[in-house]
Design a protein around this ligand. Structure first.
Ligand code: NOJ
Length: 738
């Protein structure tokens, strides 16, 4: 008898195993949930930072490892490295239910290989390249045990005083939506469950970029129409692209902190948009509702946040300390807690962590990704694509490769980490593996190169000027490298003055005074104001913070091995007084007729309305000529597409790429409509003398907008269509929709 049972046992196990496999993830989640105590559920909703790196105001508390052992921590941030993540996961496996930890990290623009900051990448207008950049970041970071990146940041940025514009795709909702979706797809690769796929975290929900005065963490007040029309499209696109998680934001929106904002988290995201992932708070943002004056204490803050849909508490400890009591006091329904925990567990299942909690922490894989030549090669390519040529008087650029003496001056010539920018990782071998501008320029041809730092980035001393001027005097051309230190744009890096820090501009003036032509390279995380340079340098390349391959990419562009094709994803102001500045503004009832019109019109008495460099602007070493727009119809119905065609010719002497941009204007609406809205673009390559015909299809959805009742509607009427190489240099045509 026993013998019979014994031989049936393997079969029985197999049947049970097959049955277990057949369970859907939701069923598996439910079966884990049923085993959990309330304290263990709350543990899953708790995320803490490790103590060795802090990306926020860290609060030290007791033995975190013991908490993991007790199932009181569901996720860590700021722990990476295959060994470190494995050893913490081992502790999680000692907990009663052995629920694996999730490791999250700000992998914003590359990991081991640092890519251009996201704003710079957006200047490439190369959506596939941005997806690939996120893909590579995920491959490298996941190899170090990371499951989850706090990216992409998709906040619309109209205010360059706000240091976090560096993390986004700029001011435009259309471009922003494409970039957001691409980056989500890049991070998540072939889908959660693959060991090189990381969960994306779309942030900061919502409208964090509209902080009053560009001051970080400040309030946001805007109509729901404006929010839906201009600020929400990238978040929605990212959610539709399958983003696993969202992060809410520090700001209050129309008086309600985003963290406790039910409209955003429950009604829109989890409701209308059907988002199935979970929402993590921003660092401490639940507890910060006390300072907002929205919650009396942490008990109330936890209640408001969880009810509004914040599933995981990053670092405020409000859930750990209050949620149990809130449930017992019947202030929070257990169903709300269960829903949050289920969302979190579902992702842990999807990531395959219940099958193998160590599957990401693989020392061999980590080693393989430590120096991946393909990734470095790609970094050079996307860095070149991100550079924007702002000025090129008398074709000073590209520089010749021989026969000249060129003085390289300024704080970035030999810099390494300052090119990496904010939210980047320093690796111990950076100084040996990264090529500086100086070293890269030395490899281009046989010019005589001279070097003088002249000044540091933020120096107030002019002691190095003499040496720099001496080098300049011996040269035929001067290249000055200006910009911001790596920590001058980023979180908590709002600046009211966005000009070059220190004495850099004084040195540029001294160099221009030598009478030698000056080319300026600008390294920064945001649009800066640099009027003297704009007016007096012969050539300007906006090189942003490009990362690991900055030196090589800059030298490629400087010496003509790559023809720049970047276009600005944000308007560059003339002075800080123009901010916020963006191209898709409303016309007002008193628009100025021209730049000098001051006759009771909407203008400054002491400043032009136009930006220094408009949205979409960027030059090339060649020139492009646009033909006239041809429309397939002058009138369309509400269900018809419109096809707009234009011919673009490369009229210069070298091959180049151009981003052909299409904008529309709805002339009269039941709410006022922007003077221009980007609705399409194509990046085309043209050989010298070559022409190409570019066609755009404008769909009825492209003409829709949000009205005052926040309805997305289509209204018949007159429209204009514009096509050109930036938001101001455009050809124009008209059509009607009836
Ligand atoms: C606060 C930042 O706002 C957020 O973007 C980041 O992901 C977290 N800190 C974690 O570092």
């Amino acid at each position: 008898m026993y013998k019979k049972i014994a031989c049936l046992l393997p079969l029985l196990c197999l049947v049970m195993w097959v049955a277990a496999q057949k369970k859907t993830i939701d069923q598996k989640v439910d079966s884990v949930l049923r085993l959990m105590t309330l304290a263990e559920k709350i543990g899953q909703m708790n995320q803490l930072s490790n103590d060795f790196v802090a990306t926020g105001p860290i609060t030290k508390d007791g033995d975190k490892q013991d908490k993991v052992r007790k199932g009181m921590i569901g996720s860590y941030l700021n722990v990476y490295g295959a060994e470190r993540t494995r050893s913490l996961q081992e502790i999680a496996m000692q907990s009663r239910l052995k629920i694996p930890l999730l490791f999250g990290q700000d992998v914003i623009h590359g990991f081991r290989t640092i890519f251009p900051v996201p704003l710079a990448e957006a200047a490439s207008w190369d959506i596939a390249a941005m997806e690939q950049s996120a893909r590579i970041a995920a491959i490298e970071a996941s190899a170090q045990g990371l499951h989850w990146t706090f990216a992409p940041m998709v906040d619309i940025g109209r205010d360059p005083r706000w240091g976090r514009v560096m993390e986004g795709a700029g001011e435009d909702p259309y471009l922003g939506a494409l970039v957001a979706a691409a980056r989500v797809k890049g991070f998540q690769g072939k889908g959660l469950g693959n060991t090189d796929a990381m969960m994306a975290c779309v942030k900061h929900f919502a409208a964090y970029g509209a902080a009053v005065g560009g001051r970080d963490y400040n309030s946001v007040d805007m109509s729901l129409m404006h929010l839906n029309q201009f600020f929400l499209p990238p978040y929605k696109a990212a959610s539709l692209a399958g983003a696993a998680t969202f992060m809410n934001s520090f700001n209050d929106l129309n008086g309600i902190p985003a963290t406790a904002n039910k409209y955003l988290q429950r009604d829109l995201l989890k409701g209308q948009w059907g988002f199935k992932g979970f929402v993590v708070s921003d660092w401490g943002s639940i507890g910060e509702m006390i300072d907002h004056g929205y919650a009396k204490d942490n008990y109330e803050a936890a209640m408001l946040a969880v009810k509004a849909g914040s599933d995981m508490d990053m670092e405020s400890r409000s859930y750990t300390n209050n949620l149990e009591k809130l449930v017992k006091d019947k202030k929070v329904d257990i169903a709300v807690v269960d829903d949050a925990v289920k969302r979190i567990l579902r992702k842990k299942f999807e990531m395959g962590l219940f099958d193998d909690p160590y599957r990401f922490s693989n020392v061999e894989r980590e080693k393989q990704q430590y120096s991946n030549p393909e990734h470095i090669k790609f970094a050079r390519e996307i860095s070149r694509k991100s550079i924007v040529l702002l000025k090129n008087e008398q074709n000073i650029l590209p520089l010749p490769k021989l026969g000249k003496t060129i003085a390289f001056v300024g704080p970035f010539v030999k810099a390494i980490s300052d090119h990496n920018g904010f939210w980047s990782f320093d690796w111990e071998d950076d100084s040996t593996r990264i090529t500086t501008i100086w070293d890269a320029a030395g490899k281009k041809g046989s010019n005589k190169l001279l070097y003088a730092a002249g000044c540091g980035i933020t120096d107030s001393s002019k002691a190095g000027f003499e040496e720099a001027i001496a080098a300049a005097n011996q040269s035929d051309i001067i290249v000055f490298t200006a910009g911001e230190k790596r920590d001058m744009s980023g979180e908590a890096k709002s600046r009211s003055n966005i000009q070059f820090p220190g004495v850099q501009e004084d040195l540029i003036k001294a160099l221009v005074a030598t009478g030698k032509p000056v080319v300026v390279l600008i390294a920064a995380g945001r649009p800066l104001v640099f009027n003297y340079t704009a007016d007096n340098a012969k050539g300007i390349l906006y090189t942003w913070w490009l990362g690991t391959e900055a030196g090589n990419a800059i030298a490629d562009v400087l010496f003509g091995d790559y023809n720049p094709s970047g276009k600005l994803p944000m308007s560059f102001p003339r002075t800080e007084g123009q901010i916020p500045i963006y191209y898709n503004y409303f016309n007002t009832g008193r628009p100025a007729k021209n730049e000098t019109d001051r006759n009771y019109v909407s203008a400054y008495t002491d400043l032009l309305n136009t930006p220094k460099y408009p949205f979409g602007f960027g030059l090339s070493y060649t020139s492009f000529e646009y033909g006239e727009i041809v429309l397939n119809k002058k009138t369309i119905s509400a269900t018809e597409n419109l096809v707009a065609t234009i011919t673009v010719k490369n009229t210069g002497a070298v091959a180049g790429e151009e981003v052909v941009q299409l904008y529309i204007r709805d002339l009269v609406g039941s709410v006022v409509r922007p003077v221009k809205e980007l609705k399409g673009f194509q990046k085309i390559a043209l050989r010298a003398g070559e022409s190409k015909t570019v066609s755009f299809t404008v769909k009825p959805d492209d003409l829709k907008f949000y009205n005052n009742e926040v309805k997305f509607i289509l209204e018949p009427g007159d429209f204009k269509i514009f096509i050109g190489g930036n938001s101001t240099a455009v050809k124009e045509a008209a059509f009607k929709m009836q």
